[in-house]
Design a protein. Structure first.
Lengths: 286, 285
């Protein structure tokens, strides 16, 4: 795997950090993405301490905002060109956001939709030339079982009115599956494989950093029952590296097995509609 | 012909939501703010999500010459407006004698002078023979004197009084004037921290900017005088109207004095940090 290059977002804590370490241990050249330079430094240090021969670098970037994602993509593309052999083999969208209050990006986009869905959509699009050059690239988005109860509010995806934290979270995780399915369809000729990934209930801090009150209380109780992040990270690393998963594109995976996502996630019209909407929101059409 | 709304402080937390509420209703937007970068991002977002037509001008509303330049620019643009939303505002919390003269001037320029001047300067460019809607973003702080936010609350009271008086004065010429009086809104890590510091009342009264902006547009376009989003907040409004001002001032003084003392004493180490309002990291189901 020494000629393999990977980008992992959300790689400073939780599943992202564990996955970055596992990939680096396999000899993959890993570009980790984090929001905070100090925490990126800590993460890089911890991986090097566990695995001295790891080839890992961190790039700081903000995923909440169209402009900042475009800047991040340019920075990543530059690194891949200079030190990653000019092709990108693995792109793992692990970063995720949860917020009790409705936060918005500079574009007035709802933050969970922007970070959990639009950022993966844009990063994938901007890095597509490098992914195509790989010939057998794999793109993975971390979705969640919470998509089963979710629907897309097509008349108000930004939840400008009546924002609910978990409705917005579920919607963004449903978007991940719709995006992966449509990506698989569009890139079936370029050898790219796309995976939606369900980590199950994991003991990470995702639900504690932006939540208050009842949601925080419930999340604190639930996460104790969760598995350590290394467990889903191991499945994730397998999915993006093992040869037996190549070409099994557009599916929803949990614990190394294919799982059927919700009916709404399998709707091909919704998949196309979300793609078109996302293009408009990112200003990438016309 | 597009119908235009002008929005000041457009790139701020509530400003962005007010722009969205206008764009959802099909209005074109003339937006001003201090940050060109954030105005550009907002314009792109409104175009992407709502197909809205926008124009932006960078203007420092705390600075009279900067406002004059804006009015000239508006006159030259040839745009005729259907509405004006004064959303630019500022506060600096703390004891009055801790404010510098510069702080005092900034608050008074932005929260009072700029609003009066904007209304006076934009009204001549209203769309003829149609309704014109003005929304002044005041605050629940307008309902009672507020120790430790004395200047801010007085400024918001000024906006409330100005709105109600102009509403009568301009009624016959087809101008609706509304004062929007929201409670705390979770727009920045500091605001979220302040809501948290107020405990239960903070959580009960705080509303997301989107819902506040929707209530504002809905109410203002129907000719409402005072818009208070949220049932709990309307109750507080009713209670404050029945309470002598000296009493409310004393009550607020005690509450805020305690909250400030608590926040000062617990220091940055003990306060739940100006939180990463969001979490980035791995995902759990």
């Amino acid at each position: 795997m020494t000629d393999t290059t990977a980008v992992v977002t959300g790689a400073t804590s939780g599943i992202g950090l564990a996955a970055a370490r596992l990939l680096a241990e396999k000899g993959v050249y890993v570009l980790g993405v984090g929001r905070d330079a100090r925490r990126c430094g800590q993460a890089e240090y911890s991986i090097r301490a566990a695995c001295p021969q790891a080839r890992i670098e961190y790039v700081t970037g903000e995923l909440g905002g169209v402009g900042s994602v475009r800047e991040l993509a340019a920075e990543l593309a530059d690194r891949v060109e200079r030190t990653g052999g000019g092709k990108l083999d693995i792109l793992a969208h692990v970063a995720g956001a949860v917020s009790t209050w409705r936060m918005q990006t500079d574009e007035a986009y709802e933050m969970q939709f922007a970070v959990n869905h639009l950022a993966p959509f844009m990063l994938t699009g901007e890095l597509m030339p490098l992914l195509r050059r790989s010939g057998g690239a794999r793109v993975l988005a971390v979705s969640s079982g919470s998509h089963y109860r979710a629907r897309i509010r097509w008349d108000d995806v930004m939840m400008h009115r009546r924002y609910r934290c978990l409705a917005a979270y579920g919607q963004s995780k449903l978007c991940n599956i719709l995006f992966i399915a449509e990506l698989a369809r569009r890139e079936s000729d370029s050898g790219l494989s796309a995976y939606a990934f369900d980590p199950g209930l994991v003991n990470t801090d995702i639900g504690l950093k932006g939540t208050r009150g009842l949601e925080k209380f419930v999340w604190e109780r639930r996460k104790k029952r969760g598995r350590p992040p290394e467990v889903p990270a191991a499945y994730l690393a397998e999915l993006v590296t093992a040869p037996e998963y190549a070409g099994r594109s557009g599916l929803y995976w949990k614990d190394g097995r294919v799982k059927t996502p919700s009916r709404r996630a399998r709707d091909p019209r919704a998949q196309r509609r979300l793609w078109a909407l996302s293009e408009e929101l990112c200003g990438t059409v016309g | 012909m597009k119908r235009w709304f002008m929005v000041t402080g457009a790139a701020g937390g509530l400003g962005r939501s007010l722009c969205v509420a206008c764009a959802r209703r099909g209005y074109a937007l003339y937006m001003t703010d201090v940050s060109a970068r954030r105005l550009d991002a907002l314009a792109a977002g409104l175009r992407g999500a709502y197909g809205a037509e926008t124009r932006s001008s960078v203007c420092d509303m705390t600075d009279a010459p900067s406002r004059d330049a804006l009015y000239v620019e508006i006159a030259r643009s040839g745009i005729r407006f259907s509405g004006l939303i004064n959303a630019a505002g500022v506060d600096k919390e703390g004891a009055f004698d801790s404010l510098g003269l510069e702080d005092i001037r900034t608050i008074m320029q932005l929260d009072m002078c700029s609003v009066a001047e904007n209304i006076r300067s934009i009204l001549p460019y209203r769309r003829e023979s149609e309704l014109f809607t003005i929304i002044n973003v005041a605050s629940q702080a307008a309902f009672q004197p507020m120790p430790y936010k004395a200047l801010y609350a007085a400024g918001k009271r000024f906006l409330l009084q100005l709105s109600l008086a102009l509403r009568e004065e301009l009624r016959d010429s087809g101008v609706y004037v509304a004062a929007l009086c929201p409670s705390g809104m979770p727009t920045t890590p500091e605001c979220i921290e302040a809501i948290g510091a107020q405990g239960f009342i903070g959580a009960l009264t705080a509303r997301n900017t989107g819902d506040v902006a929707e209530a504002a547009l809905r109410g203002a376009l129907r000719g409402r005088a005072v818009i208070v989003p949220g049932a709990a907040n309307r109750l507080i409004w009713a209670l404050s109207a029945l309470t002598p001002q000296t009493w409310s001032a004393r009550y607020v003084g005690r509450r805020w004095g305690r909250a400030l003392a608590y926040r000062a004493a617990s220091g940055p180490a003990a306060i739940p940090l100006p939180a990463p309002a969001l979490s980035r990291g791995a995902s759990a189901s």
